[in-house]
Design a protein around this ligand. Structure first.
Ligand code: DAH
Length: 430
């Protein structure tokens, strides 16, 4: 298969997971699990549940205005800006719609994860059957993308791991995976052309047996520089960071980057020099490279001060409206949403000549309603065909932090708001 055909196949694969479809069709029969028309035969490995499968098409990372989507856009903008080619175009390509149902080969074998590795245990992941799994990490796509001819890419998407559920654990979360490959001339600048990428040497804590020491050093340096810059881009240059050494089956040497938050070191990402065997298997023996993987929720929780990982799955407009319309670089500090139900009332009026300034309206609504006003949004607008007067309708969403509001008290506040809008802004309530 040509490189172009391989890339097109991956591109086509990307589009299959349509972003607009929210609930997958799921059916469990005695012998199969059927998901959106695809049939997976059941065997003794099958441990997916309808409850976990219903997260499949949520695609929070692609949902405009969702904090995970803002973070995705922020990381993409960093990668695009930091790595231009000579013509000024980004060298990294982004794959954020790849199907989360992958073969166990991709999820484990392609990454040299040994047969007895704990991450393969059915108690740790969600198998459709012996051959298919809900990906446990975005690394699952490394080998196929490398084999398709790509040198620099980022994969983002939902990953699935059986885990307890609490404020910081949820069985579905999101990761970003970055890979960058280098040919010899990209590692050694002109004066070092005599240096070698490869040797038939020994594996040491500093390098793989295939790499010369200088190759490994250069890769580690480039990797650490990129990730330190990314963390500074996200959290500001004041944030304290440290590197620790670790083990992953797919990289050597391997590292974790930790960041200090409120006096505690938090592990933010894993990374390392890609095992050369993976590149051999992918058909690119003449290149070397680095890879990293990071959890989006972990970062977004610190960035936006979101205290509970379960909130990302919330459909509550009290949560979502805090991020709506924001740009990826906007500083947002999440404010707790009440657990009590919302109540809403609409206010419709004719505008005075010359219109009104919406910020004056927000001011009045918040001034009168105080803390029980959670959201104010323009829901309708039209011009009368005859007299050309403009009408607007705002929806005011009320919610109390400590108790359930009753409609009568909301109506009373709402009436006062209407009164002030009339007297101060000159609108005519309809
Ligand atoms: N896949 C790893 C995980 O989910 C994260 C990771 C570590 C990805 C190191 C990488 C890497 O690409 O090089 O825990």
């Amino acid at each position: 298969m040509t490189l172009l055909m391989k890339s097109l196949r991956i591109f086509a694969n990307q589009c299959r997971n349509c972003t607009t479809k929210s609930t997958p069709s799921i059916e469990f029969t005695a012998s199969t699990v059927n998901i959106d028309g695809r049939k997976f035969s059941r065997d003794k490995w099958t441990n997916v549940t309808p409850n976990i499968l219903k997260h499949l098409n949520r695609n929070l990372h692609l949902k405009p205005g969702h904090p995970l989507c803002l973070l995705r856009e922020n990381i993409i903008s960093f990668m695009y800006k930091s790595f231009p080619n000579r013509a000024g175009n980004p060298i990294f390509s982004i794959y954020d719609r790849l199907d989360p149902i992958v073969t166990t080969k991709k999820n484990f074998d392609s990454l040299l994860i040994p047969d007895d590795h704990p991450s393969r245990k059915p108690s740790d992941c969600y198998y459709l059957n012996k051959d298919f799994i809900l990906r446990g990490h975005t690394s699952a796509h490394q080998e196929e993308l490398i084999a398709s001819g790509l040198d620099s890419f980022v994969v983002m998407g939902d990953v699935y791991r059986r885990d307890e559920i609490d404020a910081s654990h949820f069985p579905v979360f999101h990761q970003a995976e970055g890979v960058r490959l280098f040919a010899k001339h990209q590692i050694f600048d002109d004066e070092k052309q005599s240096a070698e990428l490869f040797e038939d040497g020994k594996r040491t804590p500093l390098k793989q047996e295939y790499h010369t020491e200088i190759t490994s050093k250069k890769l580690q340096h480039d990797l650490k520089t990129c990730l330190t810059k990314l963390v500074h881009h996200l959290f500001g240059t004041d944030v304290e960071t440290r590197w620790t050494e670790t083990y992953f089956p797919f990289t050597h040497p391997s590292f974790e980057l930790e960041v200090k938050f409120q006096d505690k070191w938090l592990e933010l990402l894993g990374c390392g020099v890609i095992e050369q065997q993976i590149l051999y298997n992918a058909g690119v023996p003449d290149k070397v490279g680095w890879a990293f993987g990071l959890g989006l929720e972990r970062i977004a929780m610190r960035l936006y001060e979101i205290p509970d990982i379960r909130l990302f799955w919330s459909n509550d407009t009290g949560f979502l409206s805090q991020f709506e319309g924001a740009t990826p670089d906007k500083k947002i500090k999440y404010k707790a949403v009440s657990q009590y139900p919302q109540c809403f009332n609409d206010v419709s009026f004719w505008l005075p000549e010359g219109g009104i300034n919406p910020s004056d309206l927000y001011e009045i609504v918040r001034g009168v309603g105080g803390d029980i006003v959670e959201q104010v949004r323009l829901v309708d607008e039209f011009v009368h065909p005859k007299n050309k007067k403009r009408s607007q309708c705002y929806r005011i969403i009320y919610r109390h932090m400590e108790r359930t509001l009753n409609q009568a008290e909301v109506n009373e506040v709402h009436k006062r708001i209407e009164g002030q809008l009339t007297s101060e802004l000159g609108v005519t309530i309809r």
